[in-house]
Ligand binder design. Structure first.
Ligand SMILES: [Zn+2]
Length: 56
């Protein structure tokens, strides 16, 4: 079983948790919802990501 961790705070993301997937041009990252909100606002504003997805 793979454990997904938030790329910023390293908190474990369980399947039942909300999380954010951000697709960068070079990689795709997973964040918990708290970090995800912060980072996606910043990244989208600066056009640094190609796609973002909120998983519920
Ligand atoms: Zn986090």
């Amino acid at each position: 079983m793979t454990i997904t961790k938030c790329d910023i705070c390293k908190k474990e993301i369980k399947d039942s948790d909300k999380s954010v997937s951000a697709r960068f041009h070079w990689a795709s990252k997973q964040f918990c919802i708290d970090c995800g909100k912060l980072i996606t606002n910043f990244l989208l504003k600066n056009k640094l990501i190609s796609a973002v997805e909120i998983n519920k």
